[in-house]
Every structure is written in structure tokens, then in C-alpha cells.
Design a protein around this ligand. Structure first.
Ligand code: NAD
Ligand code: TYD
Length: 341
């Protein structure tokens, strides 16, 4: 049995969207757990996300790059039961403009963490990968055996980190588990991604940029259902050297999501606006997570309509969180990225 309840957790990327949700939930669920966050605080990392736990004696924050062995090695030498690697460059659109940081963090950063774990053993290293490594799935759903066909620099870099983690299990017997989750939504998501961008644009009375036809679909899962799946994996036997798909079987097109968000905000579809399509835009992602459900008993618990409504309310009530983010470099990126038709 791994020490899930009393464990020492190193959460890399813990100042980002899903990492933040994991840290809050870990400390809430497990009064005896200790959590250290290692985060570079890129544009996507927000120290304010950790304010609710900052003064908790069980919590510690370390600023640093997962690709910097001079920081990673002595930190991991302190001794951890779990390393959960959320740290990554994560936005497909930014990877198209600047792939270098993606290769550095999502491949070399994973290598740096794995090397440190090779010297200083842990009970489990969880590599948070993504369903995007399968590439677009036009029919059915990808199983853990499906081929990896990533089609953009983000998903290709994530596939590199995913397979590198696996290789450390196969070659060095490092206890590694790899998760491939579908698209998350929920509180604390940086407002460049679909759901928070659309909600905050609508709240600002701005257009919602829809790529191409708007018919591309994703499988949407609440971040807390993703976090819960990770805790199920930490507690289960026989997860090492295995890939675990995590999905909600909740497929929606961009137009469906946009329409639903506008309805929740009491606004009309007139705010939806076509923009030039994203190059290499994957039409559909879908994963089969029956392996995880059968092995651990995990299932999705947040109904989509409820989760989306709560998420919209969170952004409405936390304008002081997202307004400062939609300024400066973000506005330059936004102008560069979108060509309204
Ligand atoms: P995010 O962009 O919100 O947060 C990423 C965090 O990593 C930020 O806090 C950032 O500062 C930190 N970071 C980036 N580079 C770093 C580096 N070199 N060293 C240390 N920290 C660094 O991302 P997210 O949406 O929370 O995603 C977390 C993980 O989950 C990623 O690995 C992503 O690939 C994966 N994932 C995300 C989704 C999704 O829908 N968001 C779905 C499946 C998998
Ligand atoms: P995104 O949130 O970037 O995640 P993914 O990594 O799955 O691409 O985009 C989700 C979907 O929404 C994807 O089909 C692209 C589309 N999209 C838009 O149409 N407009 C936007 O402004 C954004 C950010 C995404």
C-alpha cells in the first residue's frame, strides 16, 4: 500500500490550473499529507492560486524549472513518496508559434525529473500526459493500446515525455504511471483555453473566436474528476508501467460549448465569431477509460451541466483573478493568434 494519506507529495506545475486543483484537494482530503509545489511560474502559473493553502504548515512552495537539474536533484533528494508531474507548456496555439519551450519543458523537463527520481527513489512517479498524444480520433475512442499520432508541437512534446517516462519503468524499473486525460474545465484555468476564454470574453462583451467550422469536438471533464482519478491511481496496485486513459464520455463541439456558456451568461449567440482555423486543428479527441474504471472503481462524479454552471459562476465571481491576466503579453498573443473573418 502506498502512503496516499500520509505521503510527502512533490507536485510540479502546482501553480497552474489542474495542479492547483490537485494541491487544494490533496490537503483537503488528507490531513496528514505534506505537499511541496515546484513551479517555474511561467505566464500560466499563478502564485495567487495557492493563497488558500499558503500558510498551511503542510504546504511549501519552491520556484524553479523542472528542466534545471541544479534545482530538481537536491529537491528530490530531500525524499518524496510521490512526484506528480503537471508541469508543462500546455497551449496548442502557443506551441504552433514557439515550439522550443514545449520541447524543453515537456520532454527535457520530464527527463530531468526522471533522472532525479532514478537517484532518489519514490513510491510512484505520475506523468500527467494527455489524450492529445493519440492525435485526432475520427471514430470510436482511443484505448491505451491505440497508436500515438500527435499532430502539433504540444501533443508531440507530450508524447515524448509520456514515452520517456515509460522507458524509465521498462529500462530502470522506476515506478511510473502515465495518465492521458481529456479536456479539463473548472476554476483556475488560464483564460487562453476555450472555456475560460469564452466566459471572460463574454463577460467583457467581446467576441468569442471560433476556429473554422466550430464543429471540432472534445471530451470535457471537470478538473476535480481528473484529480480524483489520480488519487485512485495512487492508491491502486499494479499501476506501474501502465497508461491510464481518463475521460468523461462527454463530447461537445466548440459551437455547443459556446452556445451553452452564452446561455448560462444570459447572452446571445451573436457574440460567436469565426476566425481563421488553427493549423493542424485536430477534429476530435475521444478516449476509452474503461480500464481505469474496472481497475480502480473510479467514475466521473460531476454532471457536466452542473460543473459548467459552477465554473461560469466561479469566473463571474472571481473577475479580480482573471482580469489582470488579460492584459500585457496576453493581449499581444491574442492579437497575433486570432484573425477574425
Ligand atoms: P497550465 O498551463 O495551467 O499549468 C502549467 C503549470 O506548469 C504552470 O503553473 C507553469 O508555471 C508550470 N510550468 C511550466 N513550465 C514549467 C517548468 N519548466 N518548470 C516548472 N514549472 C513549469 O496547465 P494545466 O492545464 O494545469 O495542465 C497540467 C498538466 O495536465 C499538463 O501536463 C498538461 O499537459 C496536462 N493535461 C491538461 C489538460 C487540460 O485540459 N488542461 C488535459 C490533459 C492533460
Ligand atoms: P483548447 O482549449 O485550446 O484545447 P485543445 O488543447 O483541445 O485544443 O481548444 C479546445 C477546442 O476549442 C479546440 O477544438 C479549439 C477550439 N477553440 C476555438 O475554437 N477558439 C478558441 O479561442 C480556443 C482557445 C479554442
Amino acid at each position: 500500500m502506498r502512503p496516499v494519506e500520509t505521503g510527502r507529495y512533490l507536485v510540479t506545475g502546482g501553480a497552474g490550473f489542474i495542479g492547483t486543483n490537485f494541491v487544494h484537494e490533496c490537503l483537503r482530503r488528507h490531513p496528514q499529507a505534506q505537499v511541496t509545489v515546484l513551479d517555474k511560474l511561467t505566464y500560466a502559473g499563478n502564485p495567487r492560486n495557492l493563497d488558500p493553502v499558503r500558510n498551511d504548515p503542510r504546504f511549501r512552495f519552491v520556484q524553479g524549472d523542472i528542466a534545471d537539474a541544479a534545482i530538481v536533484e537536491p529537491l528530490i533528494a530531500e525524499g518524496f513518496d510521490f512526484v506528480i508531474n503537471f508541469a508543462a507548456e500546455t497551449h496548442v496555439d502557443r506551441s504552433i508559434g514557439d515550439p522550443a519551450s514545449f520541447v524543453k519543458t515537456d520532454v527535457f523537463g520530464v527527463y530531468t525529473l526522471l533522472e532525479a527520481v532514478r537517484k532518489h527513489p519514490v513510491s510512484l512517479f505520475v506523468q500527467i500526459s494527455t489524450d492529445e498524444v493519440y492525435g485526432e480520433i475520427l471514430d470510436g475512442a482511443a484505448t491505451e493500446q491505440s497508436p500515438l499520432l500527435p499532430r502539433n508541437p504540444y501533443s508531440a512534446s507530450k508524447a515524448g515525455g509520456d514515452r520517456l517516462a515509460y522507458s524509465y519503468w521498462a529500462t530502470y524499473d522506476i515506478p511510473v504511471a502515465i495518465t492521458r486525460c481529456s479536456n479539463n474545465y473548472g476554476p483556475y484555468q488560464y483564460p487562453e483555453k476555450l472555456v475560460p476564454l469564452f466566459v471572460t470574453n463574454a463577460l467583457q462583451g467581446e467576441k468569442l473566436p471560433v476556429y473554422g467550422s466550430g464543429k471540432n469536438t472534445r471530451d470535457w471533464i471537470h478538473a476535480l474528476d481528473h484529480v480524483n482519478a489520480i488519487f485512485h491511481i495512487l492508491a491502486a496496485d499494479g499501476v506501474e508501467g501502465e497508461v491510464w486513459n481518463i475521460g468523461a464520455e462527454n463530447e461537445r463541439s466548440v459551437l455547443e460549448i459556446g452556445g451553452e456558456l452564452l446561455r448560462l451568461l444570459g447572452k446571445t449567440d451573436a457574440l460567436l465569431a469565426s476566425v481563421v482555423d488553427r493549423p493542424g486543428h485536430d477534429r476530435r479527441y475521444a478516449v476509452d477509460s474503461s480500464k481505469l474504471r474496472a481497475k480502480t472503481g473510479w467514475k466521473c462524479e460531476v454532471p457536466f451541466e452542473q460543473g459548467l454552471a459552477e465554473t461560469v459562476r466561479w469566473y463571474e465571481e472571481n473577475a479580480d483573478w482573471w482580469r489582470p491576466l488579460k492584459s500585457g503579453e496576453f493581449l499581444d498573443y491574442y492579437k497575433r493568434n486570432y484573425k477574425f473573418l
